[in-house]
Design a protein. Structure first.
Length: 287
């Protein structure tokens, strides 16, 4: 099934984002789409005027805003006289154990740990850090593949290795955990099927990159259009978006006889597209 409008928009700001007509206009266009959740990521060293402007425009609206920011950005917000941010939750972005040393303990603030090929073995220690520091919220966000990044995935042996290490570290009980990768999910929840029912790119979600490009998902780098060329509603209703969704729903031929297909439904389609330039190939994490 394809939804007429997305439920979630991922909006990644540029590090030097400024508050301007573009920010205000795009915020209005997002609100017109009547979504339920806005995932706003501001990588600036200090919380940008753009982020503050967006938050103010969404204030009082029926949209749950999650704000992901840097350590220094959070510290600057806490130290000055800014009013309390009208967001559902604040997440501190980090990409390694070293950066966790600077984590500012604060009630209700969670972690967004960007997993990659260099830091995935640190995940059991990250879980232990959360437990020791009273952190109850951890997000392992989708990889951003807008700018030609190398896709990250764990093979079957690595998934099992991580599963064992997590169990030895005491598991994740008491931690509200969000994982978007179906095979990373398997390492954390070996006996529970992935809950999202297959790839939701261009269906329940869309993504807006730092340069204003609109994508089916942060991990599926097929640019549908730019927000300066068409309105967001026009892009969401476009034939390009519908065609991408149709192709995502098609079962990869390499998966047709797999017994796990009803659960994983082809895995991460963005990853297979980047690695093999085709939607019709198996997700390497499933091999």
């Amino acid at each position: 099934m394809e939804l007429a409008l997305p439920i979630t928009v991922y909006w990644d700001l540029s590090p030097d984002a400024i508050s301007c007509d573009y920010i205000s206009r795009l915020s209005s266009e997002i609100l017109e789409c009547r979504l339920l959740m806005l995932q706003l990521y501001d990588p600036s060293l200090e919380l940008s005027d753009a982020a503050l402007s967006i938050i103010e425009q969404f204030k009082g609206k029926q949209v749950a805003v999650t704000l992901t920011i840097s350590n220094s950005s959070f510290l600057s917000v806490s130290a000055d006289s800014n009013p309390e941010l009208a967001v559902k939750e604040i997440l501190i972005a980090c990409d390694g154990l070293e950066s966790l040393k600077e984590y500012p303990p604060s009630e209700g603030v969670g972690l967004s740990f960007f997993v990659n090929s260099k830091n995935w073995t640190e995940l059991p220690e990250v879980i232990s850090f959360c437990r020791k520091n009273g952190i109850s919220r951890l997000v392992l966000p989708m990889q951003r593949l807008y700018a030609g990044e190398e896709p990250f995935f764990l093979n079957r042996q690595e998934q099992k290795r991580l599963e064992t290490a997590l169990a030895e570290a005491g598991g994740t009980e008491g931690l509200k955990l969000t994982i978007h990768d179906p095979f990373l999910w398997r390492a954390f929840n070996p006996s529970t099927p992935f809950p999202q029912g297959g790839c939701q790119a261009a269906n329940t979600m869309i993504a807006i990159s730092p340069d204003g490009g609109v994508y089916p998902c942060p991990t599926l780098p097929v640019r549908l259009d730019g927000v300066g060329d068409k309105t967001l509603k026009e892009i969401v209703a476009s034939s390009a978006k519908k065609d991408i969704r149709r192709r995502i729903l098609e079962t990869p031929s390499a998966c047709s006889s797999c017994q796990e297909l009803p659960v994983c439904k082809g895995g991460c389609r963005g990853r297979s597209l980047v690695m093999h330039t085709s939607f019709d190939y198996i997700d390497d994490a499933c091999k």
